[in-house]
Design a protein around this ligand. Structure first.
Ligand SMILES: Cc1cc2nc3c(=O)[nH]c(=O)nc-3n(C[C@H](O)[C@H](O)[C@H](O)COP(=O)(O)OP(=O)(O)OC[C@H]3O[C@@H](n4cnc5c(N)ncnc54)[C@H](O)[C@@H]3O)c2cc1C
Length: 332
């Protein structure tokens, strides 16, 4: 017999945060299937509770105050591969690491770029996570979600998900007052490939990340987005064109590479570094000397320590370069 689902109360979110930072959720629920997801939303609405979806917590700075509402932590983690047509149906709560493990074991190619990408499939779909030239959208066939406004289940084709750079219909709808959606599952189409070659390609990405990211400390990845070149040189100007062509600019006494990401950008890490902030710390948080766009939790940092470093980086980069850094991470 099915036991009646029940919200947990006052659950510490630090445990669910990649940062190991965050106060308690007033209510907390881990739906194991679509039915429980719909039940939780209905129950929260009945009790007039705000809802937040927390998955891998790899892109979130959670306040020490916690969340005064219901935190839904999707626990649909099944991964089903159909070798006949190379499709893999994955629950939103499965980790990208587990999906990659399966793809290597079955010899299914198309997601190797995601080696070392932390977080869940739901989070990756919502933000169209990407790196090394790949994006989540590239292998998506369809996505199933639950609309918390209409209380209806929706299945969309990849085209209907309207994926863009680090963006999707799910991300855009989450800003709507009455149309936020919970990603429930996604179906990917992968190609038959050589098991060993797939495993090797994944391992290489993991190794690369280990060498360039400060992974020894809890972190939530890049704090700021890279800065569009047009924030420095006017788009269409000869200086802009020259910078794109040469791949380098001198700007207020510092030399910056111009990367394509996918539009021409300069590195937020370099801007922070050139503002003299490498290794600067507040409380238990520190701007990583290894990769200054990472703020790492070195010693039981509180959310306010990280917020103060975010503010400091914005102020100093603005002062030195006249450029506004924009957060990549979400603060709740
Ligand atoms: C070391 C490190 C490296 C990283 N490198 C990259 C990288 O190379 N490329 C990249 O794109 N990102 C990168 N990230 C950021 C992060 O890993 C991704 O954005 C990831 O896809 C987020 O997934 P998550 O499950 O952790 O989501 P969370 O952090 O839990 O949530 C992020 C957002 O998505 C929403 N959300 C989560 N799950 C769902 C769901 N099922 N339905 C609806 N909304 C949902 C949340 O409400 C929140 O708004 C990195 C992070 C770290 C820590």
């Amino acid at each position: 017999m099915r036991t009646k689902p029940k919200f947990k109360e006052r659950v510490s979110l630090a445990k669910y945060s990649h940062y190991k930072i965050g106060g308690p959720a007033r209510f907390f629920f881990e739906p194991k299937d679509e039915r429980e997801t719909a039940w939780a939303v209905k129950e929260a609405k009945k009790r007039k509770l705000a809802i937040f979806i927390l998955s891998g917590g790899t892109n979130l700075l959670i306040s020490d105050e916690g969340f005064d509402g219901l935190v839904i932590h999707p626990a649909m983690r099944s991964i089903k591969a159909k070798m006949k047509d190379g499709t893999v149906e994955v629950g939103a709560g499965a980790t990208m690491a587990d999906l990659l493990k399966l793809s290597a074991a079955k010899g299914l190619s198309g997601l190797e770029w995601a080696g070392g990408l932390p977080g869940t499939v739901g989070g990756a779909v919502r933000g169209n996570a990407g790196c090394f030239g790949g994006e989540t959208k590239d292998a998506i066939v369809s996505v199933r979600s639950f609309n918390m406004g209409t209380m209806k289940f929706v299945t969309r084709t990849a085209a209907q998900c309207a994926f863009h750079y680090r963006d999707s219909i799910f991300k855009r709808n989450s800003r709507k007052r009455n149309g936020a959606e919970i990603v429930l599952s996604a179906t990917f189409r992968l190609a038959r490939g050589d098991k060993r070659a797939i495993a090797k390609a994944i391992r290489e990405k993991i190794e690369y990340r280990r060498n360039v990211h400060p992974l020894d400390y809890p972190n939530i990845g890049s704090t700021f987005k890279n800065v569009p070149l047009h924030a420095v040189h006017k788009k269409g100007s000869s200086r802009y064109a020259r910078a794109v062509k040469s791949g380098v600019i001198m700007f207020r006494g510092s030399r910056f590479s111009v990367k394509t990401d996918p539009l021409p950008v300069i590195s937020a890490a370099k801007l922070i570094s050139e503002s003299g902030l490498r290794g600067v710390s507040m409380g238990g948080a520190m701007i990583s000397p290894m990769h200054p766009n990472f703020i790492v939790n070195v010693l039981n940092a509180g959310s306010y320590d990280v917020v103060r470093l975010i503010m400091l980086a914005k102020i100093e980069v603005r002062r030195k370069f006249g450029v506004d850094l924009e957060e990549e991470v979400q603060v709740i």
